[in-house]
Design a protein around this ligand. Structure first.
Ligand SMILES: *[C@@H]1O[C@H](CO)[C@@H](O)[C@H](O)[C@H]1NC(C)=O
Ligand SMILES: *[C@@H]1O[C@H](CO)[C@@H](O)[C@H](O)[C@H]1NC(C)=O
Ligand SMILES: *[C@@H]1O[C@H](CO)[C@@H](O)[C@H](O)[C@H]1NC(C)=O
Ligand SMILES: *[C@@H]1O[C@H](CO)[C@@H](O)[C@H](O)[C@H]1NC(C)=O
Ligand SMILES: *[C@@H]1O[C@H](CO)[C@@H](O)[C@H](O)[C@H]1NC(C)=O
Length: 775
């Protein structure tokens, strides 16, 4: 069983938690049904619950006839009925009842429920958003009424980031959402800013037992901080003088500060369950959200068995833009999650802001690190690296491994792997240590997390780690000091975060994933006052804003930007918005050199320290340019279905996504994706791939676009025609690209090569990366 995870880097536990359910007679299944079969029976459209209840009654009777066991005769408990994003239900079923269900006309599939685990304020400025101008033109924003649905750990409704502006218009009548009553949550907690708050725990409680109300709220109230942080990043109101202990000080706001927020709590203390996520997305579609933000996921799997992919498809069919985090499993290859082509998959990168520290060693060497420690610098103190004590796990400073006799009064070197970063500092402090150097392993590269440590402590990159270990092992009396420099701006940025999950796309190598990158490193946003900034029990500090990192933080940036684009282009489809953000993204940093990768060689998709499209997709989002992209690559839901056909999905796998029987066209068309991914056999000769694309003119009515291609190493590229002449807005023109693998390409060359295809006209540069995988 999989527990989808919030892509959240503060906590040590990352990636999928695997849990084994006890083998029980009954368990929760998510059942997909054919929508067309239901509506033909149903007398009251829009209410399929009665139909599902009738199905339940039938299988209860049948199973009772079939079997004397009393348990079998118990009616299955219907947890949820899904009618918007997907069609079907979640229920507690015995295996026999599942068998009987298979004979019901309209049955598509039944899968056991899954559990998923959990995966600033400078960022508007860094993204080029300026008060009163362009997308942040107040008078325009006020009239646009956009609702962002955040599917996460809930929300802290009293936070000033969610307070209503007196000038906010009344909640639109199209809004069907609700502010549900629950533990410490009342309908009156909502306002014109936070217009919906719902909690989904039927699936969770079926798996993990009743929500423990001493440590969590059985309501939309956030007990973890994650959901409050992501919601405020997408759409938080302006709060002046925001900071964490005076750091990252400024006016905090979400990307679309005027948007309304609806919080859907699906993640509880030990994870998020698939049937609850489906129920939340299904409800969000019915409520009327415009954008959905999901900072969670598990490992990639085929779309027909990926709950988030299926639910998102239903949302996209309703015109809702869906943004998801790419995951925090980088820099290893093919780790990217949430890769369905209709999802905007968001990688994470650094802002130009850092919280630098300087570590000086007794031998005169000095290194730069990062920290959010808010106290004084240390003097020159003895330095110790675990090995000498001999205790197990001591180099990782895991719980109880440090001996006070050895570390008292000293600065302790701790490896970053295994356990929470601030938790290691807590261990050093408990053992009487005076400070901590938290060092990266080689494959963690020069990634520098800034954390609000409980003692003087700093993170350091892999190069510093090596020098420090060499020094400690060669010097009888090693010493070090740590100095804290506060908040500093102007670093080369963006830089791809090493932790950000990488392509190539493990499910469908013909679509580049992730799609784009956005700020996800050391992001300041709203935080519940009851959750300490480190989330450690011994940490008694209460903060209004916290700084955390992850693709969980980059995803809501893009959700908010998509909302901004929707506010100025009401007629754009989710794919049009996605295309605009992708084709206008940039690949050069603020110093006009190519974007670097913090993994710097740690990731094998790049032998240099430059990031590739498998790290950042089409590049870093640029919202102002995306509002006027010139051309867009639009994709309709039928196109996505044809694309799935081209992947040779069976008709029942197709039905899962399409919610009806679907006959594949004989000649599957190419998906009109705004980027190109190619798969060639290494040593291939004269292999030719031809892709067709169609662009829609949304820039100047009369335009003459000329193509400029940067060929990937080993591939020649031919575009036909080379010029696209438009004479009105909305006009669509198609072109063909032929890729030919060069004769005699050496098998010893890189496993990947990259290029680009750009349509140029006037101020427009509609850019698509080309990524080639040589296998
Ligand atoms: C803001 O939008 C209004 C209404 O569309 C427009 O009249 C005004 O010129 C815009 N202001 C700026 C600075 O773009
Ligand atoms: C599902 O059914 C089993 C067996 O009847 C029962 O023990 C369990 O509590 C049920 N779970 C839920 C969530 O109703
Ligand atoms: C709920 O959590 C508290 C605090 O961790 C714990 O002491 C208690 O045993 C838990 N209750 C249940 C029913 O698990
Ligand atoms: C789908 O099946 C066809 C015919 O068997 C085959 O040529 C094609 O390569 C398959 N495509 C994929 C993506 O597996
Ligand atoms: C590649 O194709 C071209 C044109 O079709 C042909 O002239 C050439 O001989 C081919 N080369 C190889 C090595 O097959």
């Amino acid at each position: 069983m999989m527990f989808p995870t919030l892509f959240f880097m503060l906590m040590a536990v990352m990636g999928a938690t695997t849990s084994s359910y006890a083998t029980v007679e009954r368990q929760i299944y998510v059942v997909h049904m054919d929508r067309t079969k239901i509506s033909s029976l149903d007398h009251s459209p829009g209410d399929t619950r009665k139909w599902h209840e009738a199905v339940m009654d039938t299988i209860t009777e049948l199973s009772a006839q079939d079997d004397e066991e009393e348990q079998e005769a118990t009616a299955p408990q219907l947890l949820y009925v899904y009618e918007n994003a997907i069609t079907g239900f979640a229920a507690n079923l015995s295996t026999k009842q599942v068998e009987l269900l298979r004979n019901v006309d309209g049955f598509v599939s039944a899968t056991p429920d899954d559990m998923f685990s959990l995966h600033t304020t400078h960022s508007p400025k860094f993204l080029g958003l300026q008060n009163g101008k362009g997308l942040w033109n107040g008078s325009k924003l006020a009239s646009a009424d956009i609702v962002i649905g955040v599917v996460d750990t809930g929300i802290w409704p009293e936070h000033p980031s969610f307070s209503q502006d007196a000038s906010m218009p009344p909640v639109p009548s199209r809004w069907k959402g609700a502010c549900e009553k629950g533990t410490k949550f009342l309908p009156s907690n909502c306002n014109k800013k936070l217009i919906g708050a719902r909690a989904f725990f039927k699936g969770y409680e079926a798996v993990a037992g009743r929500v423990n109300e001493t440590v969590d709220y059985r309501s939309a109230r956030d007990s973890q901080g994650h959901g409050t942080h992501t919601a405020s990043t997408a759409a938080g109101a302006f709060v002046d003088d925001a900071s964490l202990f005076g750091m990252a000080k400024g006016s905090a706001s979400g990307m679309m500060y005027s948007a309304r927020i609806a919080a859907y709590k699906v993640c509880w203390l030990t994870g998020c369950v698939g049937s609850d996520i489906l129920a939340a997305v299904d409800q969000a579609v019915a409520d009327g959200v415009d954008v959905l933000s999901l900072s969670m996921g598990s490992f990639s799997r085929p779309y027909y068995s990926d709950i988030i992919a299926i639910a998102s498809f239903g949302a996209v069919q309703h015109g809702i833009f869906v943004s998801c985090s790419a995951g925090n499993s980088g820099p290893s290859e093919s780790t990217v999650a949430n890769v369905a082509p209709w999802i905007m998959t968001v990688a994470a990168s650094y802002l130009d802001r850092s919280f630098p520290t300087t570590v000086k060693l007794g031998n005169g060497l000095a290194f730069k690190g990062a920290s959010l420690y808010s106290g004084k610098p240390t003097s020159m103190l003895p330095l110790v690296y675990g090995d000498s004590s001999g205790s197990k796990g001591v180099e990782y400073c895991i719980d109880g491994s440090l001996s006070p006799d050895i570390v008292r009064g000293k600065i302790v070197v701790c490896e970053r792997r295994l356990g929470s970063r601030t938790g290691k500092g807590e261990q050093v402090k408990l053992a009487g240590g005076a400070g901590m150097l938290l060092v990266n392993a080689e494959d963690q590269g020069e990634e520098l997390f800034a954390d609000p440590h409980l003692l003087p402590a700093t993170s350091l990159g892999a190069k510093a780690a090596k020098a420090i270990k060499d020094y400690v092992s060669s010097d009888k009396k090693p010493t070090a000091s740590i100095d804290f420099e506060g908040t500093v701006y102007g670093y080369p940025a963006p830089v791809t975060a090493a932790f950000s999950s990488r392509g190539p796309n493990p499910i469908a190598p013909d679509v580049i994933k992730p799609d784009v990158t956005a700020p996800g490193m050391n992001i300041l946003a709203a935080w519940p006052p009851t959750v300490s900034p480190t989330r450690l029990k011994s940490d008694k500090r209460s903060v209004e804003f916290n700084i955390i990192s992850g693709t969980s933080m980059s995803c809501p940036h893009v959700s908010g930007l998509a909302a901004l684009l929707k506010s100025v282009h009401r007629d754009w489809s989710p794919s049009a918005i996605k295309s605009a953000l992708m084709t206008t993204a940039y690949m050069l940093n603020n110093k006009f050199t190519p974007i670097k990768d913090a993994a710097a060689g740690g990731g094998s998709s790049s032998s240099s320290d430059l990031a590739t499209p498998f790290a950042f997709g089409s590049g870093h989002v640029n919202p102002e340019r995306a509002s006027d992209p010139g051309l867009i690559y639009d994709i309709g839901t039928e196109d996505y279905l044809n694309y799935l056909c081209s992947l040779n999905y069976t008709s029942s796998q197709m039905a899962l996504v399409a919610r009806r029987s679907f006959t594949c066209p004989l000649q599957p068309g190419d998906l009109n994706y705004p980027s190109f991914a190619l798969l060639f056999d290494n040593g291939a000769q004269n292999i030719t791939l031809t892709y067709k694309r169609t662009v829609t003119n949304v820039g100047a009515p009369r335009a003459r676009y000329v193509v400029v291609v940067k060929e990937p190493e080993g591939v020649s590229v031919r575009v036909e025609p080379k010029v696209l002449k438009f004479n009105k807005l909305g006009q669509k023109l198609s072109y063909k690209v032929t890729f030919v693998a060069a004769v005699g390409r050496k098998t010893t060359s890189n496993a990947y090569s990259f290029g680009s295809l750009v349509w140029l006209f006037d101020k427009y540069a509609v850019t698509s990366p080309i990524a080639v995988t040589w296998q």
